[in-house]
Design a protein around this ligand. Structure first.
Ligand code: HEC
Ligand code: HEC
Length: 225
């Protein structure tokens, strides 16, 4: 009984800490970003949201990247967000229409540091982004590069090495500085666990492939900084 009460108290504390972490962010952030897990998981919610979900930001991003990006936000979704609202017909392919891409709000250093601190407290549940999902073997990076570009077709939607690739997904050119390795592995394994309607396909990859792709992405952007 006592154990149960303690467990309930623990859960409540965990809930309160993520709710108060969200409270520490400027109220404007929640106008465009889900800071707590949405109860509405409809396709409509996904299509009308104004920015990517941040309720698992603390398991997704590297804190140093957050601090610098929030002060100088460069596009991550190269065609704007969501891309289908900013794309127009080009001569050969669809191209982004820059006039429809609004720049992200810019924060000063102190506000960026406070926001990054609060975002890092928005952790994903342990079963969504398991610690150790990426086993840390970097030797698979070269095979991962081939999988990304050739065998698994990731490049159709994502810019990878040298900024080459599709525009409908977030750029992964600096994935290693932006994203946590365990998040990358967990996301590739099953993107629909993060949102049931997200339009990245679940490719039913074998763990070896997931490890190789993650190793490839983890080293992107690490060398030149
Ligand atoms: C007017 C809507 C809007 C507001 C207000 C806003 N954001 Fe954003 N945010 C976006 C959009 C759109 C993107 C995607 C930008 C891109 O891809 O380049 C984004 C991206 C981000 C990202 C990167 C997300 C990712 O998945 O890569 C972070 C972190 C972020 N915002 C934090 C914040 C914080 C903190 C605040 C409050 C200070 C805030 N945003 C306010 C619309 C907004
Ligand atoms: C049909 C297009 C498509 C394909 C193919 C695709 N993705 Fe994605 N991917 C997306 C979209 C869209 C998102 C972002 C979802 C969102 O906005 O929250 C995403 C998100 C990601 C993320 C998380 C990025 C972040 O900023 O949080 C990673 C990592 C990723 N994809 C890797 C891959 C890998 C590796 C492959 C190949 C096995 C792949 N993707 C294939 C569309 C695609």
């Amino acid at each position: 009984m006592k154990g149960l009460l303690l467990a309930v108290a623990g859960l409540t504390a965990a809930f309160l800490s993520s709710a108060s972490a969200a409270d520490k962010l400027d109220p404007s952030c929640s106008g465009c970003h889900a800071l707590v897990k949405p109860t509405d998981t409809s396709l409509d919610r996904l299509l009308t949201r104004k920015g990517p979900d941040l309720w698992f930001a603390g398991s997704e991003f590297n804190k140093d990247w957050l601090v610098s990006w929030l002060q100088d936000p460069k596009p991550i979704h190269p065609a704007g967000y969501p891309y289908f609202k900013t794309i127009k017909k080009g001569e050969k392919n669809d191209v982004p229409d820059p006039s429809k891409i609004t720049p992200h709000p810019k924060l000063n250093k102190a506000d960026a540091e406070a926001a990054a601190e609060a975002l890092m407290n928005l952790k994903a549940p342990a079963d969504l982004v398991p610690a150790g999902a990426f086993k840390g073997d970097m030797k698979g990076a070269r095979m991962g590069a081939l999988a990304f570009v050739k065998f698994r077709g990731c490049v159709a939607c994502h810019q990878g090495e040298n900024g080459q690739g599709g525009l409908s997904g977030p750029e992964l050119t600096d994935a290693g500085t932006r994203l946590q390795p365990d998040f990358i592995a967990a996301y590739i394994t099953d993107p629909q666990r993060f949102d049931p309607h997200i339009w990245m396909p679940t490719s039913n990859l074998k763990d070896l492939d997931i490890q190789r792709l993650t190793a490839f992405l983890v080293q992107l952007g690490q060398g030149d900084k």
